[in-house]
Write a protein that binds this ligand. Structure first.
Ligand SMILES: Cc1ncc(COP(=O)(O)O)c(C=O)c1O
Length: 456
């Protein structure tokens, strides 16, 4: 394809590298340039409107523009546009944000460690798990367990933690210390007649087998997202986290809840840990923490971890970790204002109410011939496209049904997230009932187009 000289598309192709994108195809097809946002809708540079059904990357929880947050950022930049947290320095917005997070934490937490992204938060939590066992003299506890198809980010450690082979390929990753237990996708992976509870027991047994095989006293921590996001919006099957936590307690393995997607009402409670009875030692958070208006993330640590960190300062004289922009005052001020907005909106109540609408509206599409299963909680939902939903027969992967629905949806003005043949929905928390219904209608048109296409 040749682009008009100096068009924005030509400039993009000539200058940018795009993440999670086929770079060769991008040279030919160019970008979709998004110019502005209004609530949960975005508009491209030709003025075309799209309903964004995944809040960008599951993060723009208050929509795609905000006068109120812009003013907060502006005022903070005028007053103090940068300072850091190194060597005892501090700033008021960052302190206030830490206090707020400790107040709303799902379990008692002792302190907050700030960074700039979800990946960095998970990287930091990995380091803190190692630091913790180092304090206790258990230097051999270096292995970290996560799940196949989990997604925890893309720094070297966070992507090693992730269980997505496509993100390891060509990079020589994962690092050897990172192990992956079973992908708890009940719909796709249960045996005929196996109940959710029985499936969860099997998942917990697989975890225990892995721990025993690796050596329990070599395992530092287990990481899990309450709902697996990039794996396809996969809900934990009934009893799953209860059984998993029993195993972790038995071997005294730390539990880190990755709440980067689930935090701040996505699952219909403030935290996914509350929805699924998870009691983590550390919790990582990002995305909706600042409604994605500023890059900021946080690790909440319990007293057990904090006491160990204090002991390490006694020993080494310093907590030798940090990032230049961690706890940035502008990002903190914006995130703090976001928390105020959540409280004014009764974000949990809203997520419950609109979550029920999302589940019912998109749940109606379960009878569509392309749809095998629909499952969700709060304002997150996964839809499995299957050749035969009842018998659980997937489409031939060469048909690329998910990608075709994605392309059809874009034509109908709907931006989706597709994971293989699974469609994922996690709209902004400010979405209105009629907008959910519009998403349902546009999706139905896209599914109908692809069904017709497949029949020919
Ligand atoms: C569960 C989870 N953890 C971590 C991350 C990484 O966050 P970031 O892209 O901000 O590094 C993501 C990103 O999608 C995520 O979904």
């Amino acid at each position: 394809m040749t682009y008009i000289a100096n068009s924005i598309e030509a400039r993009d192709v000539a200058s940018l590298v795009h993440m999670q994108t086929n770079l060769r195809k991008h040279q030919q097809e160019g970008p979709l340039v998004i110019e502005r946002g209004e609530g949960c809708r975005v508009f491209d540079n030709s003025g075309r409107e799209y309903f964004e059904s995944v809040a960008g990357l599951w993060c723009a929880s208050l929509g795609f523009s905000s006068e109120r947050l812009a003013k907060v950022a502006y005022e903070q930049m005028r007053k103090l546009g940068y300072y850091h947290l190194y060597r005892h320095r501090s700033t008021e917005p960052t302190i206030a944000l830490a206090e707020e997070l400790l107040k709303i934490a799902p379990v008692p937490m002792a302190r907050v460690v700030f960074q700039c992204s979800g990946s960095e938060a998970n990287d930091t939590a990995i380091k803190l798990a190692w630091y913790y066992w180092n304090t206790l003299g258990q230097l051999q506890r270096t292995k970290i367990i996560a799940r196949q198809m989990a997604y925890h980010g893309n720094t070297c450690a966070a992507v090693s933690l992730s269980g997505k082979p496509d993100m390891h390929a060509g990079f020589g990753l994962p690092f050897a210390n990172f192990k992956h237990t079973e992908f708890p996708h009940y719909y796709r992976r249960h045996e005929p007649g196996e109940s959710e509870l029985e499936f969860s027991t099997r998942m917990a047994e697989a975890l225990e087998t892995l721990i025993e095989a690796e050596g329990p006293d070599t395992i530092a921590a287990f990481f899990a997202e309450p709902v697996m996001g990039a794996g396809g919006a996969i809900l934990p099957p009934q009893g799953y986290f209860e059984k998993i936590q029993e195993v972790l307690r038995k071997y005294d393995i730390l539990f880190v809840a990755d709440e980067v997607i689930c935090g701040f009402a996505r699952t219909g409670e403030m935290w996914g840990s509350q929805t699924f009875n998870i009691r983590p030692d550390m919790l990582t958070s990002a995305k909706a923490l600042s409604a994605a208006m500023q890059p900021i993330s946080a690790v909440l640590i319990n007293n057990r971890i904090h006491e160990a960190m204090l002991a390490q300062s006694d020993k080494f004289g310093n907590f030798a970790h940090g990032f230049t922009y961690a706890g940035h005052p502008v990002a903190s001020a914006v995130a703090l204002e976001v928390q105020k907005i959540y409280s004014e909106m009764d974000i949990v109540g809203r997520a419950k109410r609109l979550g029920a609408v999302l589940q019912a509206t998109l749940g109606d599409l379960k009878s569509h011939p392309l749809v095998g299963n629909v499952q969700g909680v709060g304002l997150i939902l996964g839809m499995e496209l299957m050749q035969d939903g009842e018998k659980r027969v997937p489409f031939d992967s060469t048909l690329k049904v998910g990608a075709r629905v994605d392309a059809a949806a874009t034509r109908h003005g709907l931006i989706l997230r597709v994971v293989g043949d699974r469609l994922v929905f996690a709209p902004s928390l400010v979405i209105e009932e009629h907008e959910i219904e519009e998403i349902g209608r546009r999706l139905q048109r896209a599914l109908d187009d692809v069904a017709k296409d497949l029949a020919n």
